[in-house]
Design a protein around this ligand. Sequence first.
Ligand SMILES: [Zn+2]
Length: 76
Amino acid sequence: MNSAYYLGRPLPGVVGETRRMCHVFPAQTGIPTRLVALCGVSFNREQLELLEGPRGMPCEPCLRSVPRPQLEVQQT
Ligand SMILES: [Zn+2]
């Protein structure tokens, strides 16, 4: 996976169930103890489950902050 971003959402109990949205976090070398999503919310690392892909409700502010994926842009 060469994505510059990864997805994570708060574990059950960290926030209310309706706020367990899938946030986007910028990839970085090593995982710090405190992660800040693109929308500005931050979580401790142990409060998050990292996701293989989008799951559940996405965080819209996070999604809007992500540059368009380059997967569909084929350069010839
Ligand atoms: Zn977010």
